[in-house]
Structure formats: structure tokens, C-alpha cells
Design a protein around this ligand. Sequence first.
Ligand code: PEP
Ligand code: MG
Length: 759
Amino acid sequence: MLGSLRSIVQEVNTARDLPSALDIIVRRVRDVMQTKVCSVYLRDKHSGNYVLMATEGLNQDAVGQVHMAPGEGLVGNVATREEPINLEHAEAHPAYQYFPATGEERFSAFLGTPIIHHRNVLGVLVVQQAERRRFDEGEEAFLVTLSAQLAGVIAHAEATGALATMGQQRNEAKFAGLAASPGIAIGRAHIVAPPANLATVPFACSMDVDAELALFQQALAAARSEIREVGERLKNDLNKEERALFDAYISMLDDSSIAVEVCERIRQKLTASRAWAEVMLEHVRRFEAMSDSYFRDRAADVRDLGARVLMHLRQQEQSQRDYPANTILIGEELTASVLAEVPREKLAGLVSVKGSSNSHVAILARAMGVPAVMGAQELPWEQVDGVDMIVDGYRGDLHLQPGPELRRHYEAIVAEERELARNLDHLAKLPGETADGHRVRLWVNTGLMADVVRSLERGAEGVGLYRTEVPFLLRDRFPSEEEQREIYHEQLAAFAPRPVTMRTLDIGGDKALTYFPIEETNPFLGWRGIRVTLDHPEIFLGQVRAMMKASLGLDNLRIMLPMITGVSEVEAARKLVNRAYDELIDEGYAIKRPPLGIMIEVPSAVYQARELAKRVDFISVGSNDLTQYLLAVDRNNSRVASIYHSFHPSVLQALLQVVTACHETSTKIGICGELAGDPGGALLLVAMGYDVLSMNATNLPRVKAALREVNKSDLDRLLQQILTMESPEQIEEKLHGYLQDLGIGGLVQPQKAEASSDS
Ligand code: PEP
Ligand code: MG
């Protein structure tokens, strides 16, 4: 059964469109289960009815004609009950409804299972038999498993279908994702695909056939000479068979039939990379289907060769690519490093199929003020290159091919945003304090050089978190000590005399360096942050030396350690920092010993906050990770993003526990997670007693504006009420209402964006 299940899902996955996917499903399921009938009913988005979309066994004329409302007939009942119905004699069931067009009176046994995707009933899968018999447990379990597996594929095919129709009729199409960075981007999609994966080359056309043909020939030539070169270099290390592989590669590249097929598709206006990927994947599949294991193994070689040529094609395409104004980058899994690919003034928005608003790329997007939507799982991203679109970073919506009315609506929000930003400009010079004079340090989180200017313009009083991994992510090797010193000096000098908190390298989790891969099944619970750098003292020492050297003459450096789980890590790291400091003093650097602090972002550190606080000069809470670890929700996984709540009562209790421990030990306490940049969150943190709130530069004016509207004594009362609440939703609603009552609800998002209906 498992083999059949896999092969059905695989075959459905290769279908070109929704109708062919459904045809495959009904044909294969009927064969595998040896039933007389298999049918699929899908919910019509407009009427909400379940419509017969494909069948093997019922009259074909009935397709598209049979409609059932939820709760109506057996199919409608399967949908509303959200569980299978298994009947020996369907006609005897009170809900049975007869549709003459189907000819189903001939069938007695009925088994229907719901197709559910993300809690939504997309449709119903039905098998029927002529004789009266109940489908056995194994059959029922098989259909349930298959429906669950097919749900995602059907949802994707439905979305792709919506897009195809849109292309013909210039209709709008809307896809939902997760709001990851506020703001509206109106622009054109540009796909970022992994460079050498044949399966993810976007479908794209080019009118310049000659240029594409030339590109293809250049890529072939480049791949040929590369293979020859590698073969030559390894000549003495390879045996005869291994050497023959290189010859086989070359002769495959010389194979004129492959080239002819590719050129043919290019002439039909496909881009060279898409044409190449299609042809090579067909060859791969042909090899994979062969019964001889020798030939089956060759499929991997063909794939490898295909990827090599593709890499050259994409490199050339990339170097020729000119990013237009208002580029919206789209990818299956955007990473922090792609942000450097497009000049900032051309980058309007970001869309990623995977990831959530807490992924690091989303955090950087917020810091840069670039609207972003993550976790857009239904978006057929491979097919939207060059399509006009709107990214609604407030609601997490994507609008493709927006019509004039929708455009006008969003242009009005953009205008309102600009107005709001202008109104907040004057705050830059005013102190961060409540209306009754309670002073709070409003600092910024930085990573890119671009953050510096924006932060200073917005009146940042210091840097609470400089993510040193960002410059590491944008390179293809570890930066040297001197290179690091220069980068750090730029940061320190730009903000001096204001304090700059530099965090030691925090890689692992969703921050992977291409040149230092960490492959783990559970990366957020694995080798991350301080664990990596304590295991590699040479990296740690080089980094803290570079930081301290960079602070020469400025003395505004603070060093902060990420992912601390216990006192021994702090002690080990302090020893190394002291050693680096002593060495530099011996080398003649007249520098002040920088304060050393830690991040609290792991539950164990919350419970040991007092012991940790006694050992350091300051503490900063990393609420992004703390939320992830307290709630056991992967911050990067869009599937569980709806249960990632920084306002969860347990998170608030943890934040309170840390601030209390710091006050009792007279340790400076701040917070640098995203919660600090949320106006409502910031007010709660001030009430709890956090002295430093560090956030992205984009949010700083909003937080300052909110702070200056309120009295500390009122906030204390608000906090007491909130601490009695039992759910994050209740807390969010209370905060939302509080800001609205103060007349500053618009600080969170423009009123128009908030009021916009589900268009
Ligand atoms: C955090 O975890 O809250 C934090 C600020 O660090 P990062 O988001 O870089 O993991
Ligand atoms: Mg963190």
C-alpha cells in the first residue's frame, strides 16, 4: 500500500494542471483499490458547494453538473462532519441524494473521505462498489491517508489554476501568507531560484530567441571546459571507470539530440534555463524508469550534469539581469543574503513561500523597512516572474495582477503611511520618555550598514543589538580579523559616543553560512550561537579581538553573548574575552575593557537569571528565541506560525521574572527581540521595568510616539490587568483597544490598511 500511495502522490505532483491532477487521482485510486468508481468533488469558492470535478466510473457528462451544499447528500455530509462515511448500502442512508446524471444507482457501497488542507475542507474523495459490502478498515485507512497527502497538492494545483485563468483574462488573484514586515509594496515579481536545481527553474518566456540560444551555447561551452578541467586535474586520482564518467559527461553535452530539443523549446519562446531544465528532467525520468539498475543509477549523473550547465546559465542570466525599480523578490526560501542582491533603492518587497515573520530574513526586512510576506505556501511562485503584484505586509496578502480599484486602494494606504512618517519626523530629537517623565532608552538593532543612517536619522540613542552574523552571511568565507575590525569600526564610529552592543557570532538555526554548513535535523536545538563559538575559540577570539581593536579611541563597545543556557558558558566566554583583552593590552592597544553581557533567550536562562546576572554587566532578552523555546514553536515554520505568540501569558511571566532578577541584583536590563518594536509590547515592557528597548529603526518613531502619549502610572495599571489574562488573543485585544482609546492605533498600521475588507 505504501508503494501505491507514494507512486500516486508522485504522479499527481507531476501533473501540469488541476484537471489532469484530478484525472490521475481518480484513475489511479480506482485501479489500486479495485473499485468500480472513484470521484473527486471540490468546493467551489464562490457558492461553497461541492462539485463533481472528475470521475472514473460515473457518467462523464455529470462532471461539473453535480453540486452539493455542505450537509447535503453523502458528499456534503462527509464535508461538514470532516470525517469519512463508509456505507454498505448508500441508498438506505437518510442523507442519500440521487443525481440521475451520474448513473450511480448501480452502486451500493460508498466510502467518502474529506480532503482537508490547513483545517479547510477542500473537497471529498469517494470510491463506490456495485455489491453491498462495507469497505474494510485497511481500505478506509488508505483513502484517509491518501486524502491527507493529496490535500496540499490539490491546494497548490488550485492556486496554479487560478493563476493560469488570471493570465488569460487579466483577472486579479489573491494569495494569503504571513504578515512579516509592515508596509505596502506595489511592483513587479522577480523570482530568486536556487541556482542549480533543475526542478525549481521558474517557467519563464523570452522574446529574444537569439540571445537565449547564444546563452545556451555559452553555458554548454563553459560546462564542457569545466568538466575537462576537473577531469584533467583528477586524472591521477581516478581509476579507468571513474575517468570514463567525465568522457560520458562530455559526450552527453555533445549529444546533438539533447541540444536540438533544447533549442526547439527556446524557439518556442522558453528561456534557455527553463528549456534546458525541462529536457534534462525528462531524460532523468526516463533513466529512473528503466528496469536495469545500471541505467537507473545513471539518472543521478544526468541530473548532476544538468545542474552544472544550469549553474552556468543562471550565472549568465544573473549577470545580465537589470533590476527594475520596484522589484519584489520572490523565492521558495529567501535567506538573509538575497537582500544584498538587489540595490536597496530598487527593492520594493519580499515574498517567501517558506519561513515566518520571525525568520531572520523577515527581521532584516523590517530593519530595512521593506514590506514582506512569508509563508505564502499556496503561491505558485515558479510561475509569477514578471507579474505585477502588490505585497500587503500588514495583512500578509499578495495580490497578483491588481486592477485599478485595488491599486487605488493600496496607493491611498501608501500615501497615509508617508503622512504618518512625516508626522513622526519631529520626534527624532525628543527624548524617549512617558508623558509623566519616566525615561526609557530607545536603541536600535542593526546588521547592515544601511541601518546606521536610518537609525541616526530616527534619533537612536544607542545600538542594543548589532547582529555580527550579517556581514558574515554576505561573504563566501570567514572575514579576517582585520576585515572584521574595519566593519566593526564603521559601526562604532557612526554611533559614538552612543553605546554599541555587538553580539558575538550567532550562527546555526536558520542562519547558515554557505562556507560553514551546519547540517542537523533539529538546527534550533542544535549547534547554535555560543555553542559554536565556544567550540571554535579561534573564531571567537578573532571576533572579540577585532571588536576591541575597533573600539580604540571610541570606548563605546559592549560585547554580548547569544544563546546562553547556563553559567559555565558565561564563564568560559568571559575567560576568552579577558584573554583577548590582555593580549591586546600587551600589544599596546590602549582600550577600555568593554562591558560583557548576555542574551536571555532560552528558558533555562530565565530560571537562572539571578545567577547569570551576578556574572555579567548587563542582560538583554531575546524575546524572538525565548518565545520559540518557551512555546516549542519553530520560529521559522509557517505551519505553526499562528501559535507563535510573544504576548502569550507564559512569555510575559518569563519576561517579568528576568526583570525582577536583574533589579534584585542591580544589573542593567534591556530587551532586543521584536516585541520591543511593537508599540503595545513596548508599553508593557516599560511597565515591567525594562530600561532599554532595542528595536528596528523603522519602528523606533512609532514606539517613541506611543511612549510619549502615556503615563507610567497608567501603564502599571494596564500591566496588572494584562497579567490576569489567560490567553494571548485576550491580551492582544486589550492592548489594541488601549492604543485605540489613546487615539494612537494608527501607529501600528495605517487606518486604511486596518479597515480594508477582504478584497
Ligand atoms: C532574539 O532571539 O530575540 C534575538 C534578538 O536574536 P535573533 O532574532 O537574532 O535570534
Ligand atoms: Mg536570538
